[in-house]
Design a protein around this ligand. Sequence first.
Ligand SMILES: [Cu+2]
Length: 137
Amino acid sequence: MNKKGVVRKSKKTLGNKISITLGIIVVLLLVWAVLHYYWQPAKPLAEQQVLTVDRMVNVEIKNLAFNPEEVTIKAGESVVWINNDDMPHSIVFDSGIELSSPQFVKREIYGHQFNETGTYSYHCGIHRYMKGKIIVE
Ligand SMILES: [Cu+2]
């Protein structure tokens, strides 16, 4: 009787330990899932490209539009977008290559140096109807 009792008790304790361990694992997984979903570290803008100030053309983003919408520059020159809207925007080339900026908010800027000639159509990655064009001669 006694032995059976001891065995039963230890089984119960083992079961409790397993449940607690599983509980902790489930909680940790949930915490990880939430963090993984919400925590996306933004790449520092400065790290992406170093620009020269020989010639920079500014494009203001205001009222969900790029102004000026079309800009002509020479190869090697840069375009700097200045967000003056109360919402985030981004710069994404229509071609899907070469340029895809992170989202940047009011009073933040994003710059890109254009070294290759060509016509670069772009849009905002968030508001796809916002369109602009950079012509590099
Ligand atoms: Cu936008």
